[in-house]
Design a protein around this ligand. Structure first.
Ligand code: MN
Ligand code: MN
Length: 490
């Protein structure tokens, strides 16, 4: 066989894994860069789940989204949101078709690994004031020492009033840190396994050092810290008992690399998927459907006037909390709030919620681990995801023989890949590491448990769960385009 014939056969038969460097035009790189300006601003503004809710609501209400009112019969084109305790959100734009045809749903999470303050955090030792913390989510604890930290969160005072805290992000703000041992005295620490290089009870945060001026008495540094907190926030020590204060890395979001192709910042898992999914929903223009009336099954819609710019399917985004600790709690996706929303929406429209859920197609919008050339041994090269090869489709997550995964069907996987091919996207598939190397999960299985089709689609990340995570701009833009294509499907 001649070389050209061989090449033609390869082109016909081999799967390809193009890189954005070759596959995208200069104009597309420019568009990806432009798109990521907004992403970087969102990431900087939203370092906690509560801040992500505030930022997402600001974007959505500017596009006409209004709070969902159960019992209301919504008409095509209406835009609603559900705010679950200021920590999780559902957004939806009502489609022209019947809800019985299911939703086009994307589900991302807006919580990230961090250090939470304990309930009794403040203490003084050796003339220094410190906070005790309990880490949240999967962190490599040693990464959190000797870096600048900012304090974010809320305190609910004894009288029920609320204080919002965000210290360490503005120029001139003080910051905080966990201290580490100097190498000169670290001989014993070096012998610890890496997971215990810094132990949980060693994640103590330095918050002050100036004692109250007095000739006698103890805890004079702590006293002066509390005096300052009382003057600024009106809080006393007991108010920490009813607070959610989170220490997050104080690094600003930044471009990485001479060519600025990458973005470095905290909390990209999973705001790097939350933002593309949300912006795709906010951009939904919808297909103009001449036959929209034909697909109606609900009499509740029959008398309503149709806008020309609503999608066929009702499109929705969930921005969930608590994914990093297993989706537990009333703001995590093991809770019923999404089901209740669908029940209310469908109930008012006279449609079966079960039928809606059964026909719903969901992209679980979460990150995957990008191949790291410095750490190749944990990855299987043919099935890893790579920076700049586009949005990652992850058929299954889990660990140990596919435990704890929903594993999307071949049929649904093919439907998604066909969609991405037809939208001319740069996309790849990914598996989180070698078999039995470890593993992880997403919200996919919790939504699959409701009975819908779900597959993970997201952005590859380097240094996932580190205080400073790295992503590629073209992948983020491709994720946005992927969700847009998904919302436009018939
Ligand atoms: Mn995640
Ligand atoms: Mn994670």
């Amino acid at each position: 066989m001649a070389d050209t014939e061989m090449q033609a056969l390869k082109d016909k038969l081999f799967a390809t894994r193009p890189n954005a460097g070759q596959a995208l035009t200069d104009a597309q790189w420019d568009e990806a860069t432009r798109y990521c300006h907004g992403y970087k601003a969102f990431l900087q503004a939203a370092k906690t789940e509560r801040e992500a809710v505030t930022a997402a609501l600001a974007l959505a209400t500017a596009q006409g989204y209004a709070e969902f009112v159960p019992g209301t019969v919504y008409k095509p084109g209406d835009k609603v949101y559900v705010n679950n305790r200021g920590k999780a959100l559902i957004f939806a734009v009502i489609g022209t078709g019947s809800l019985s045809a299911g939703l086009r749903l994307a589900a991302a999470h807006i919580d990230s690994p961090r250090l939470d303050l304990k309930q009794n955090p403040l203490y003084e030792d050796a003339d220094l004031a410190l906070f005790k913390t309990h880490y949240y989510g999967g962190i490599k604890k040693y990464q959190w020492a000797a870096i600048p930290l900012a304090l974010h969160g809320v305190v609910i005072r004894a009288d029920g009033t609320r204080v919002d805290v965000r210290i360490g992000e503005e120029p001139g703000d003080p910051q905080f840190c966990v201290t580490d041992l100097l190498p000169h005295l670290a001989d014993e620490q070096y012998k610890r396994p890496l997971a215990q290089a810094i132990k949980g009870e060693e994640l103590n945060v330095l918050v002050g050092a100036r004692a109250f001026r007095s000739d006698e008495g103890s805890d004079l540094v702590k006293l002066r810290i509390l005096q300052g907190l009382f003057e600024k926030y009106g809080i006393v020590e007991a108010d920490f008992l009813s607070a959610e204060l989170e220490l997050v890395p104080a690094f600003p979001v930044t471009d990485i690399g001479f060519d600025r192709a990458l973005i470095g910042g905290y909390g990209q898992d999973d705001r790097v998927c939350a933002y593309p999914a949300l912006t795709a929903l906010l951009d939904v223009k919808g297909a103009v459907l001449d036959n929209a009336v034909n697909v109606f099954s609900s009499s509740a819609y029959q008398s309503l006037e149709l806008p020309k710019t609503a999608p066929l399917h009702t499109c929705a985004v969930i921005l969930a909390d608590k994914e990093e600790i297993g989706s537990e709690g009333n703001t995590g996706l093991c809770a019923a709030y999404f089901s209740h929303f669908v029940q209310a929406l469908c109930g008012a429209a006279g449609v079966s919620a079960n039928e809606c859920i059964a026909h719903t197609r969901c992209l679980s919008a979460d990150v995957n681990a990008a191949f790291d050339p410095t750490w190749p041994s944990v990855m299987e090269k043919n099935n890893a995801s790579y920076l700049n090869r586009g949005v990652v489709v992850t058929k299954y997550t889990g660990s140990r023989g596919k435990a704890d995964t929903s594993d999307a069907s071949a049929e649904f996987t093919a439907w998604v890949l066909k969609l991405f091919r037809e939208a001319d996207l740069l996309w790849q598939t990914g598996e989180l590491g070698k078999v039995d190397e470890g593993g992880g999960g997403t919200v996919a299985k919790h939504l699959a448990n409701l009975g819908m089709d779900v597959i993970d689609v997201g952005v590859p990340v380097l240094s996932m769960h580190a205080p400073f995570e790295v992503t590629a701009k073209t992948d983020i833009w491709m994720a946005h385009r992927a969700f847009s294509a998904f919302y436009a499907t018939q």
